[in-house]
Design a protein around this ligand. Structure first.
Ligand SMILES: [Zn+2]
Length: 211
């Protein structure tokens, strides 16, 4: 698995968002698969220490189960994105099922206090990055966000030191970076996230949410 997205994917799928077009020292951190008590709160506390804003791609069912954790993410001023209700892999599901699951997640975000789409199209990230061209067309009322850097924090066979070093090397101005606020990623995240933020803070980078 590559840490940096190969150049031809954005070229093949130009309607998806892979990176923010800026020469400024800005990084766009994203956290997938929450909200989960423990990991999500760890991420929020760590981001606060670095005055960092991020975008959280939430699983609808986790928002339903953990509404108070979700409210903390919103209250801290981070951006929220849709990650389907059941973490659905697009390649293995029909476009209508995929669309329904995405809309169910959007309804859950609203029910739990997040007014999505106020500033334009709501954000959506396909679970596993698996989405068909038909599904992309069906979700044209969303900003579909992929990534420039995949930290692979969920990979337990990867040493945290390797995850940190390769993620740092792959990051550049405007990078959209994927982390996970999940139980599975937590042991790696606890090591990597503070050190990653510290490194780029010293390089003069700012951490912003998508907007
Ligand atoms: Zn996911």
């Amino acid at each position: 698995m590559l840490f940096r997205t190969p150049f031809f994917l954005p070229w093949l799928y130009p309607s998806l968002i892979w990176r923010v077009n800026t020469a400024e020292r800005k990084i766009f951190l994203t956290f997938d698969d929450g909200p989960v008590p423990g990991p999500t709160e760890f991420v929020l506390e760590t981001l606060k220490k670095y005055n960092a804003k991020a975008t959280f791609f939430c699983i609808g069912d986790n928002v339903r189960k953990h509404p108070m954790v979700f409210k903390k993410v919103v209250a801290d001023g981070h951006a929220i994105g849709n990650h389907t209700f059941h973490h659905m892999p697009g390649w293995e599901n029909s476009t209508s099922d995929y669309l329904n699951d995405t809309q169910k997640c959007e309804a859950q975000l609203e029910e739990s206090g997040y007014k999505s789409g106020l500033a334009g199209k709501p954000y959506f990230r396909p679970p596993y990055g698996k989405i068909t061209r038909a599904q992309i067309r069906a979700l044209s009322n969303y900003n579909i966000v992929m990534w420039d850097v995949l930290t692979q924090d969920y990979d337990k066979s990867l040493l945290p030191e390797t995850c940190l070093n390769k993620s740092i090397k792959a990051t550049r101005a405007g990078s959209i970076v994927v982390f996970h606020d999940s139980v599975k990623a937590m042991p790696t995240l606890e090591y990597v996230l503070p050190r990653y933020l510290e490194y780029f803070k010293h390089q003069g980078y700012l951490f912003e949410s998508l907007q």
